[in-house]
Design a protein. Structure first.
Length: 311
């Protein structure tokens, strides 16, 4: 067994417009880091949290702690082995970038690595999801956890059954992500959603979802562009994000294939087919928020095919 380990888990973009709760992919750059090492007292013990003043140190209340403990429990070692965790938050809370999922994934992977990897990534998926459930109020949501853990674009056919699939994405696809410093909690963003929709919108959304997946799989970016449209969730959540439609318009005029809300927001993402256009989209999006006097962070990245890694 190793004496200590450090894991980096990346930020993620989820929903992708029409894929609400079903699609997600990680990006390069922002993410969370979890350090793990053995200690004498059995169980999981959180000893340090940086840039996360509101996060609890109690293992059963912390996303990384719950996921880490779930790994020990799965292996039947929770009463034999003691592990200390340090959690280093390197992205903001309530940003729509999968912060809680990243901590959960990093916690699960760190313990697994420390114990010489007895579990596969697929076996870790439901264990990491247990951590994410702490932040989501008890519901299973894999649109951040799965891509963060597995890398690449993932499609969750059934969250409760952990029926998750990786989806091919063509080379050259870039993501431009802007995070305006506006706080939106996932719970609040879910609470405003209507439990019903019209048959017409359901059919349109389903068609877009199918087109988006086919577009990626077949490398047909024109189909991706026609399909990356959300007619149900985006119109309801856009009102929570100042300047959303102005940013979306700026991104599209700069050459984006599509632009929508990342997760519950307030981050906004746009896809493009090369790095030059991705950078130009970033300039256009940033100009909108700079003009509004809203602080923001900008990230330009390819789709991260690796997911969480040793740091």
């Amino acid at each position: 067994m190793k004496t200590g380990i450090k894991v980096f888990a990346p930020a993620t973009v989820s929903n992708l417009g029409c894929g609400f709760d079903l699609l997600g992919f990680p990006i390069n750059g922002p993410g969370d880091v979890v350090n793990a090492k053995f200690c004498d007292k059995p169980g999981i013990h959180i000893t340090k949290i940086t840039k996360g003043k509101m996060l609890p140190y109690e293992t059963h209340k912390n996303t990384a702690g719950v996921a880490a403990y779930a790994v020990l429990e799965k292996l039947g070692k929770e009463k034999e082995i003691g592990i200390e965790l340090e959690i280093h938050k390197k992205m903001p809370f309530g940003s729509g970038m999968g912060s809680s999922a990243a901590s959960a994934v990093a916690g699960a992977i760190a313990v697994n690595y420390l114990l010489d990897e007895p579990l596969t990534e697929w076996e870790l998926l439901p264990l990491a999801a247990k951590g994410e459930m702490i932040a989501s109020g008890g519901d299973i949501h894999l649109d951040n956890v799965a891509p963060c853990l597995l890398g690449g674009l993932t499609f969750n056919r059934n969250n409760a059954a952990y029926d998750v699939h990786r989806v091919y994405t063509p080379k050259g696809v870039h993501c431009t992500l802007i995070y305006p410093h506006i706080k939106i909690l996932t719970k609040d963003a879910r609470d405003i959603l209507s439990p019903t929709t019209t048959l017409k919108k359901h059919v349109e959304q389903s068609a877009n979802m199918g087109g988006l997946l086919l577009g990626f799989i077949n490398g047909d970016l024109e189909l991706v562009a026609r399909s990356l449209k959300d007619v149900i969730i985006e119109p309801q959540r856009a009102k929570l994000i100042a300047g959303f439609y102005d940013v979306q318009k700026a991104a599209m005029e700069a050459g984006a294939l599509g632009c929508s809300i990342s997760g519950a927001g307030p981050s906004i993402f746009a896809l493009s087919d090369n790095s030059v256009i991705a950078e130009e989209i970033g300039v256009a999006m940033k100009e909108v928020y700079d003009r509004m006097g809203i602080k923001n962070d900008l990230f330009v990245s390819t789709i991260n095919k690796e997911g969480a890694v040793l740091y």
